[in-house]
Design a binder for this molecule. Structure first.
Ligand SMILES: Nc1ncnc2c1ncn2[C@@H]1O[C@H](COP(=O)(O)OP(=O)(O)OP(=O)(O)O)[C@@H](O)[C@H]1O
Ligand SMILES: [Mg+2]
Length: 269
């Protein structure tokens, strides 16, 4: 499964505009969603025969770029179509039914099965929360820097753990479990705070996803979206909490581009 060579797929989100097209390999690039004009100029240079756009910012594109009509496709359908294409590229086998999570500026949880794709839930905790709290608490406005700090940090001296309340056990909970995010504050060093911000978002997104997975009978949660790009700390929290909740968690290296790849694939049909 791949996308047609002559098609450009665009996923214009609240923060980032993701663009893909198939050359010898899959070409991928993210722009700020404030740069729609620049995206249009670069897309014109590709010389595509079809252009498909999805996401909340799809309406901001002109109806045609360089004489090629711009087709708008629904976001959740695009995501549902793109995930299996990217998974097969990585040799990841997906079960017939699974949850697909768009960890974007906010978070949408999609149920994918033989019948199609539907939104089963979501949360306003997402990558936008990471950027917002990162700026407020650390005055860091770079996503890459926040992800790097979080990977170096340790959130255990920031968060109150079950073991801080029950040092000798006596409660049927793992002592390493977070009892209250940001409630200890024994450390306020930037790396530890960045790790705690990622922990707050990751734990709660994973708890919501695991509950939705139980409700819909899905064994696997596939986490995608740009918030996971080069963000091993977030992947680690999501994987640990999802697995602790009895569900499997997977990630895709190009998972940020699910919507863009799916838009391109949908433009064919
Ligand atoms: N270069 C970057 N600049 C800004 N944010 C980035 C960057 N790389 C990764 N991110 C993270 O990715 C998040 C955006 O993810 P994504 O592109 O999946 O969302 P979106 O599609 O723009 O938003 P939504 O789907 O909610 O409309 C940001 O909030 C931020 O945490
Ligand atoms: Mg998005």
């Amino acid at each position: 499964m791949s996308i047609p060579r002559s098609t450009v797929g665009i996923d214009a989100g609240a923060t980032l505009c993701k663009v893909v097209h198939q050359e010898k390999t899959l070409w991928t690039r993210s722009y700020s969603s404030k740069e729609i004009e620049r995206v249009s100029e670069e897309v014109a240079r590709v010389g595509a025969r079809r252009i498909a756009v999805t996401g909340g910012g799809a309406h901001r594109f002109a109806d045609e770029i360089d004489g090629v009509p711009v087709r708008r496709v629904p976001e959740f359908e695009a995501w549902g179509r793109g995930a299996p294409i990217l998974a097969s590229k990585e040799g990841v086998k997906l079960p017939p039914g699974y949850l697909l999570v768009s960890l974007g500026t906010g978070t949408s949880v999609l149920g994918v099965d033989g019948a199609g794709v539907r939104r089963v839930g979501g949360t306003a905790l997402g990558g936008g929360t990471l950027l917002g709290l990162g700026w407020l608490l650390l005055r860091v406005d770079s996503f890459e820097k926040l992800a790097e700090l979080a990977a170096e940090g340790d959130r255990r001296p920031v968060d109150l753990l079950v073991g801080d309340i029950y040092p000798h056990g006596g409660i049927p909970l793992p002592l390493e479990l977070t009892a209250s995010n940001f409630a200890k504050l024994e450390s306020t060093c930037p790396a530890d705070l960045a790790s705690a911000i990622v922990g707050l978002i990751g734990e709660n997104v994973a708890l919501i996803c695991a509950a939705l997975a139980r409700e819909s009978g899905a064994e696997l949660v596939l986490y995608c979206g740009s918030t996971l790009s080069h963000n091993p700390a977030l992947q680690q929290v999501l994987a640990a909490v999802t697995r602790m909740s009895g569900r499997d968690a997977r990630f895709l290296p190009d998972g940020a581009y699910c919507g863009a790849v799916g838009a391109a694939a949908l433009a064919e049909g």
